[in-house]
Structure formats: structure tokens, C-alpha cells
Design a protein around this ligand. Sequence first.
Ligand code: G6P
Length: 368
Amino acid sequence: DAVELGGHAHYMLKEIREQPETVTDACRGRLIRAEGTAHFGGLNLSPRQLRRVRRVVFAACGTSWHAAMVGEYLIERLADLPVEVEYASEFRYRNAPLDDRTLVFVLSQSGETADTLGALREARRRGHPTLAIVNTVGSTIAREADGGIYLHAGPEVGVASTKAFSAQVVVLAMLALHLGRLRHLSFPDGMAVLEAIESVPALMGEVLKTEAKIDEAAALMTQARNALYLGRDIHFPVALEGALKLKEISYLHAEGYPTAEMKHGPIALVDRETPCVFVAPKGSLHAKTLSNVEEVKARHGTIIGVGTEGDEGLASLSDIFLPIPEAPEVIQPLLAVVPLQLLAYHVARRRGCDIDKPRNLAKSVTVE
Ligand code: G6P
């Protein structure tokens, strides 16, 4: 293990720190500058077939489901297509309508999750071609799908998924770019997305340098019993993922919620003992988010703000401010998730938890 760990205390930490390379590997050979687009060899669908698509369905479990949800926001924005994100365990037993203009994707790091495989088989049983976004080459899902995209993230050992999430999100950003460029997205707009994607590894590297500050935030959360993770728009799924990471490895209860929905329930939980993690980089809804942060502040909640470097507004409301570099909104989830992964890691470490093998969880759930 010591050799494999390469000096990192846990696989999860190693995999978090590897993410700039993970993103580079997931993008390799796929960004086409001359056309301001992205390209995938294994989709097995012609541009003509893809232009006919009117709807996209994603089915997945766990962290892969959260990545799919980021994909929903990206595809809506860049390709103007409706997207539905389904829990694979629900999708496989429902009569979800599928027509021949719906593109069905399953997403899975392992390619072996029983419910996700069940969703793929159910879509195929109905005569529907099914695509897979998978990490493990030659896995059952990869073999059974009609086409798909590999993540090239390398083996992920930590039970709590980290680098596979980033690989999935960047693949989905490229997929959204590809679908957008087959429709209305202009060359300059496509190029701006392409360049944003290319900038991710270096920007992720910047976020990784803030680990000591993130550990300070972890110290504030170690004694808590509940935590709220709040984000809106493209950061809502990031908040869900942050909460899941904390639950999985630190055994603290955490809930992810859309920031503005907080007033319809979760705000009742806020007191001095409840850390609230706001995922709020600068973007179109920033001012509205700040007023939600103020509501928590007025109730004496501990505020951990994940925001854009230099954002004095959020920083002054936060007990601890965790900066990410200024970046276009479409790539912000890839930067904002990193402090949340490290936060969960350091809370779990401080609480003495078994980080790479959390109780009751499996890396790959091959039973229903
Ligand atoms: C398990 C793992 C999670 C993972 C989920 C889906 O619950 O503990 O980390 O996100 O399965 O796995 P998959 O391999 O299909 O992405």
C-alpha cells in the first residue's frame, strides 16, 4: 500500500490531489480547437443522429448521479436540450417514457453497479440504444452498452468517489459542448467553453494549495452533529455531493439543499452548532445567495463560504472563507467540489474515521 499511496495518508487524499491530471486525461484528444468543439470516438452516433435528439435521460447512483445532475445544467445551458436525471434504482422499475429521439446514458465509475446495469438493461429491453459513461474499461456496463465514453481516470480505490466525479463532470461538459455545437452554439461561444475546460487542471491545482485553510474549516465542523450544504443552479448538485462526502466518511449527518429552498424547512435546523457550507462562487445569482447567507448569520449558524477569490461580501459573512479562482460558471463545479472533498476528508481524519473503508459502504454495489 505504501508504494501505491505514494506518500499520501489515504487513497482518498491521493485521488483528490490527482484531479488536475484526471481532468487532463479525460480531455486528452477530445477537444478540437479548429472547430471549437469536443469529439468522442465511442459514441457510435453520427452528427445527423445526434441532431435529431430532443431529450436526454441520465441514470446513475450515488456520486455518479450527482455528476449527472451537473450535466443536466450544462446540457440545458449549452445545448438547449431538456435533461432528466434518474436514480437508476427508480428508473429501472418505472414506466418512464422513452422515444426514439431520447438519448439514454448510464453513468458509473465501476461499470458494475447492479441498479445502473438494471437501468441499462431495461432501456435496451425496450429497444432503446443505450450509452454509458464509465471509468472501468471492460466492465459489464461498458460491454453491454451500445456506445459510450470512457473517463480514463485510472483506478479509484477510496470508497468515497472523488476523481471519478471530476472526470464525469468534465466529460459531461465536453458532451454539452459537442451537442451544443451540433445545434445553435456559435464557434466563439464554443471556443470560450473549450478554453474554460482547458484551464481546469491549472485552476484545480490552485484550489489544492488551499488545503491548510480547508483543514481549519474542518476543525469547526468536527464536533457538529448536522451540517447543511447549500448551493443553487449548477452548484446545487455540488452541494449534494459535498454533503454525501461528509456523510460517507465522517458519519456526520449532512443535507444538501438548493440555497433558496432553505427557508422552506432546513433553516429550522440552524443554530450555533450547525455549520452551513455555502457553495457560492460569483455568478448570475450571487447577490441573491448573499441574502440567504445573511439569514443564516442572523440565526448564529457557523458559515463556511466557498466562493470566488476576492469576494469580500461572502468572505465577511463567513466564519471561514474558502476561495476558488475566478472562472466561467460552466467549470466552477469542478473547482468548488475540491474544497468540499478535502473538507469531508479532514473532518473524517480529525474524527479518527476509517477513510478509505467507511463502515457499511462498498466501492461497488453489485446487489440491488
Ligand atoms: C457506491 C459507492 C459510491 C458510488 C456509487 C455508484 O455507493 O460507494 O462512491 O458513487 O456506488 O457507483 P458507480 O461505480 O456506479 O459510479
